[in-house]
Each structure stands twice: as C-alpha cells, then as structure tokens.
Design a protein around this ligand. Structure first.
Ligand code: MG
Length: 261
C-alpha cells in the first residue's frame, strides 16, 4: 500500500477522524456573548394601528374604502367611456345587476396592492351552460381576471370556472353556492413590479378565498388575461382601476370593499 505523504491530506484525514469521534452529548452549550432577557426580543414601536373589524365576517372594517354598499354606483363608471356613469342597475337598494350589452364597469379610483371583498350571485334563472352561465369577472388593475361564473353543477374548462384566474390558474376546489345564494370572494392581491425598461420584475400574486374556502394560494399571475393566447406582461403599469365584466349575463354584485395594502 502506498504511503500518504501530503501533510495537508494527513491533516484533513486526522480532522475527519476527530470529527467522527466527537461525542456532542458531553459538549456544554456555548455561552452567548450577552445573556438574553425576554425584553430583548420584544418590539414596542411603532404601535400597531387599530382597525375596528366589521360586525360580522364579510362586513367592511373601519379602514376599508366602500366601493359599493347597495345604494348607488357613485364609485363606478362605464368601462367603455369612463366619462359616463356606470350603466348597471341597482336592485332593491341591495345589489347591482349587470345590464347585458351595456359593457363593463370600473372603479373611479385606481389601486395596486389590496385586500378586496366582493359578493356575487349568479342570475336566479339558470340559463345556458359552461361559460354562458352567470359569467362575469373581477379584473384587478383592469387586466387580471378573477373569474365569476355560475359553477354550481356546471362543467367548463377547469381554468375558466369560478375562482379561477381566467385561463391561468384553476381554483383548488369548487366552492360555488347555488344561484339563489350569495357567494363571497376575499382576495389578497399584490401588484406586479416592473423593471425600468418596462419588462416584468416580479409577477402579481393573488390569494383568493371563495365562501371562506381557499381557492388560490398565493399564486403568480402570469400576465394580462387574454381569451386567446398565452398570458404575458406586455407593458409596465402602475395602479389601475378594478373592473367588473359584462359577459351578457345578469350576474349580481353587492358589498364590495377594499383595503389598500
Ligand atoms: Mg368572465
């Protein structure tokens, strides 16, 4: 057998043997440079801001912007012509209903990162099937569609049903209620970030609870929603409006509020 002559190799082998032989059960814990006290890991300032939660789950908390409370569409305009009022109808001072063919509606205000609460119901009268039933949508920053559809006993492509990020992410489960009941969406949205040259830096992310059930778990939004073709980020943008889609069905909305994040 060849003898080992390299002193470095011998040292390394020696160290390895020593490490193997070390019995850590007998090694006392190292002393901290300074003994820790409970207060040393307590942060007091600045004090956390107080927000009064709504009376019931789903009610707007005190710092929310109320975008629709059932009484009027003052926060909304026509998507086709933002100089015109929102063309949808208010029903029973309770909810709004899509007026098919009138076009979508958009908020007057623009938003980026936000927590959004929306309630919706499919039309009471069940008509058509697949994408033709109770179709609408919530477009974050006027681009990224959280699909609204009557997915109660209504098969369609999985990445186009209620709770999907349309043609991007199927919902984790189908939590849709019947057309006679109201549904809630609770959304946590982080806007995309762009590089100086206008290309995407960090994609938008979204978490969605549908009737309290997690359907999107902090997924990346892969770009502007297109009906045909792969999604991408064609241009940089800042805060933008939230819009609701007119897809030719009398879908209903109520209790819409938002917290800027
Ligand atoms: Mg839609």
């Amino acid at each position: 057998m060849k003898s080992i002559k390299s002193p470095i190799l011998l040292m390394a082998l020696g160290l390895g043997l020593q490490m193997q032989a070390q019995d850590y059960s007998s090694v006392p814990p190292k002393e901290s440079p300074m003994p820790m006290k409970p207060e040393m890991t307590e942060i007091w300032e600045p004090e956390v801001k107080v927000v009064t939660p709504g009376k019931q789950l789903g009610d707007a908390p005190s710092d929310a912007i109320i975008l629709f409370d059932g009484s009027n569409l003052d926060h909304w305009v026509s998507q086709k012509d933002p100089s015109k009022p929102a063309p949808w109808k208010i029903v029973n001072n309770d909810h709004m209903e899509v007026v098919p063919g009138s076009g979508g509606i958009s908020t007057k205000m623009k938003f980026g990162d936000c927590q959004l609460h929306v309630e919706f119901s499919a039309p009471d009268k069940v008509e058509s099937e697949s994408q033709g039933r109770g179709n609408s949508g919530v477009f974050l920053q006027n681009r990224y569609e959280l699909q609204v559809l009557d997915s109660y006993n209504n098969r369609t492509y999985r990445n186009g049903q209620a709770g999907s990020i349309y043609k991007d992410h199927a919902p984790l489960v189908n939590a849709m209620r019947s057309p006679l009941e109201w549904n809630t969406y609770d959304v946590i949205y982080r806007a995309p970030r762009f590089k100086e040259d206008g290309t995407i830096d960090t994609k938008a992310t979204i978490t969605v609870l549908h009737n309290g059930v997690l359907v999107q778990n902090n997924v990346d939004i892969n770009g502007t929603t297109f009906y045909i073709g792969l999604h991408n980020y064609p241009e940089a943008h800042g805060d933008d409006v939230i819009s609701l889609q007119d897809h030719g069905n009398k879908t209903q909305f109520k209790n819409i509020w938002l917290r800027k994040l």
